[in-house]
Design a binder for this molecule. Structure first.
Ligand SMILES: O=C(NCC(=O)N1CCC[C@H]1C(=O)O)OCc1ccccc1
Length: 724
């Protein structure tokens, strides 16, 4: 068919930035203003172009219909407890947002406690935080609109579900932590953005600085909240407070970026002469003691017995370990559970008085053990299938705990684990059933692929059983590769659907930069070694071709956020290897990401262009700065870029849409509109969602619409026929 008519976007060649003597043009810098008429016009034209392309993707309606049906199954999260009540989130199937229920006992009649769907008809209001007071008298909850990271905290009195007048604004990257007297809670916030009044929160790109810790007294105005801690000398620092289970201490976590390293301060509240009330109206911080006052390692509170604290740490232990300290002798730390030589100790939860459930990641699968909290000694394995622990819900005093489990072929199981007896008893408390899904039709394998430097990279392959490896199958390869984040097995309705009806083989490559093998694996895919992520992902793709699963024309790669950067970098480096690419909310301008919202905290993985050495790392792979015509180099065999869909949304204030918009304009210019009869016949389009953000909290309907669009696009581009 005739080539696409791309909108032409103004290029301002007068905009050139000087990075340590290197002049770098930035002709689409004007797209960095989300509110300019020109940017709005650009977005409108891109939406029209994408709609015209999607109209020709035959499988879209069928995918949408099948996905809506397949997605329409009851979902439950593990229950959590407060006071003598049980709480859990549930979705009957297609509700825009999950609903919070409360029960007086496990088999008591469930009651709807908070149904956010009743507050907002288009489903764009999401519950981003939720915390019940110790006595289960109050529910404090954080609401976000249109997918933004901004949260407004409200309080409900649980007994009569009445909403208190308390309204806490400009909260972001915060917990909600009650003091056990239920008089109030700790939270963190930013100053209100300058453009305050007519701001459509979440569309602004202003940098987030000066995070502050407050305590809110129930029944008062936010202006009366006490400022418990802030650090004007370190405006980038991020703060979070939690109250210990014995309610004696407030533990303050301080981060300076996204690295798994933090300071730990604590305040013994019993030492406050008049409690927290004594700080009302005073300009005085709480008397925090600096237990760890450096960023050498991560420390996560597990438990305390009076002044004896137990932390999960990566101090001299890249796969983590449990340590103990008497805060009265803050220099003598002892090891409770030493670092395992292979497996990553991901989390530890105090249970049943003096026991802990420890959660290991072993070759990208979770393994649970019950251990003694006093000695750290092993007690029992908690038997699980191969897959991921999605949640361990327990208080230290609970003998019955709940464990959430999922895997590629297990939609979701919530186990009830009874620790009362000598041997722990695991029983299925809830099993998520997906009507029409028959797991025996599929199989999961895990392979270890040698990367360019020989490093073995794990990859999961999910396919219909007994497919023949003749290179004929469409293949969807997904990756992330950063921020110490691991992608462990999880159930995805949309991927099951395309495996069934489009013969797609779905793969996840656990490339370096993630946390799959601890901090060493993370660091091996960060800073000056970021290229390892791309090498790993490219090696995984080549493996899928060489082993006969697929061929380049039928191979689609997908990733989001830092994973969107992965996609952008890989199609620049190997446009010959892929037939299609889906980049969600990607970080594409590696020279400027630190200037917007919370991007400055990502320099721990990426570095920063303001530093000369780091600039030279970034300019080499930055997606925006490495788009080149494949056909220009005569010796190169490949002729064009894969089909590309860049997905973003107008309220994404985690990774602001300008990244995707500038890359879209650049690719369409360099590869399409600047060349007569361009060889680039594969479409390069943008899907720009409205009233949506980075992803978290997206209503069901928008998730289904987006999945249908992107996989119909993929099906069309890799020529995958529909199989009934
Ligand atoms: O920025 C992030 N998280 C990292 C993040 O969201 N990233 C990192 C790169 C792009 C994007 C993503 O991949 O989702 O969260 C905010 C935060 C909270 C506390 C301490 C530091 C930072």
């Amino acid at each position: 068919e005739e080539p696409l008519k791309y909108p032409t976007a103004r290029r301002d060649d007068s905009v050139v930035d000087n990075y340590h003597g290197v002049m770098v043009p930035d002709p689409y810098q004007w797209l960095e203003d989300p509110d300019s008429p020109e940017t709005k016009e650009f977005v409108e034209k891109q939406r029209k172009l994408t709609d015209s392309v999607l109209k020709n993707c035959e499988t879209r309606e069928k995918l949408h219909e099948k996905l809506t049906k397949l997605y329409d199954f009851p979902k439950y999260n593990a229950p959590f407890r407060a006071g003598d009540k049980y709480f859990y989130f549930h979705n009957t199937g297609l509700q825009p947002q999950n609903v919070l229920y409360v029960q007086d006992s496990l088999d008591g009649k469930p009651e709807v406690l908070l149904d956010i769907n009743a507050l907002c008809e288009d489903g764009t209001m999401a519950l981003k935080a939720c915390s019940v007071s110790e006595d289960a008298k109050y529910l404090a909850y954080g609401i976000s609109s249109s997918g933004s990271d901004w949260i407004t905290i409200k309080v409900m009195r649980i007994e009569d579900k009445s909403i208190e007048p308390d309204t806490i604004s400009w909260v972001k990257f915060s917990g909600i932590n009650w003091t056990h007297d239920s008089k109030g809670f700790f939270y963190s916030r930013y100053p209100a953005p300058k453009c305050g009044e007519n701001l459509d929160a979440g569309t602004e790109t202003n940098v987030n600085l000066h995070h502050k810790l407050y305590y809110h007294f129930l029944g008062t105005d936010q202006s009366e909240d006490i400022l418990c801690w802030s650090d004007p000398e370190n405006p980038k620092h991020m703060l979070r407070a939690s109250v210990t289970e014995d309610e004696k201490y407030v533990v303050l976590y301080i981060w300076e970026n996204c690295d798994p390293v933090n300071k730990i301060y604590y305040c013994d509240m019993s030492m406050l002469p008049k409690g927290l009330e004594g700080y009302k109206g005073k300009k005085e911080f709480l008397p925090f003691v600096k237990l760890v006052d450096n960023f050498d390692a991560s420390y996560n509170y597990v438990a305390n017995d009076d002044t004896i604290f137990t932390f999960l740490t990566n101090k001299d232990a890249p796969r983590n370990k449990l340590v103990r300290v008497n805060v009265r002798e803050p220099t003598s730390w002892t090891e409770l559970i030493q670092e395992d030589k292979n497996n990553v100790l991901e989390s530890a939860v105090a249970v049943n008085g003096n026991q802990i459930v420890v959660n290991y990641l072993s070759d990208v699968k979770n393994v649970l053990q019950l251990r003694d909290l006093k000695t750290g000694s092993f007690l029992h394995h908690l038997p699980l299938d191969i897959g991921s622990v999605s949640d361990i819900s327990s208080r230290r005093k609970d003998k019955i705990i709940f464990i959430g489990f999922t895997s590629f072929l297990v939609p979701g199981v919530i186990y009830m684990c009874d620790l009362e007896g000598e041997v722990p008893r695991m029983r299925i408390f809830r099993e998520i059933i997906v009507p029409g899904f028959d797991r025996t039709e599929f199989e999961v394998t895990q392979v270890f692929v040698p990367s360019r430097d020989g490093t073995k990279v794990p990859m999961f392959i999910v396919a219909r059983k007994n497919i023949c490896l003749d290179g004929s199958h469409p293949c969807l390869l997904y990756g992330y590769g950063g921020f110490n984040a691991s992608i462990t097995p999880y159930f995805s309705s949309s991927r099951i659907l395309i495996a069934k009806h489009l013969d797609v083989v779905f793969c996840i490559a656990n490339i370096r930069g993630g946390g799959e093998y601890g901090e060493e694996w993370h660091k091996a895919g960060a800073l000056s070694k970021k290229q390892n992520c791309f090498d790993d992902f490219i090696s995984a793709a080549e493996y899928l071709v060489s082993s006969g699963y697929t061929k380049p024309k039928k191979l689609c790669i997908e990733g989001g956020s830092n994973g969107g950067l992965l996609i952008g970098a890989c199609i620049n480096q190997r446009p010959d290897l892929f037939g299609c690419a889906l980049a969600h909310v990607g970080v594409m301008d590696m020279l400027k990401f630190h200037k917007f919202t919370i991007g400055h905290t990502w320099t721990s993985d990426f570095g920063c262009s303001e530093n000369e050495e780091e600039f030279h790392w970034l300019i080499k792979y930055s997606p925006l700065h490495n788009v080149r015509r494949p056909w220009d180099k005569p010796f190169d065999k490949f002729s064009q870029y894969p089909s590309m869909m860049l997905l973003t949304a107008d309220h994404d204030d985690r990774v602001v849409p300008l990244h995707s918009l500038k890359l879209l304009a650049t690719m369409q210019h360099v590869l399409c509109t600047s060349v007569e009869r361009s060889p680039q016949t594969n479409p390069i389009v943008g899907r720009i969602e409205s009233k949506a953000g980075h992803g978290c909290g997206m209503p069901t309907q928008k998730m289904i619409d987006e999945a249908a669009d992107r996989y119909a696009f993929m099906a069309k581009m890799v020529d995958a026929p529909w199989i009934d």
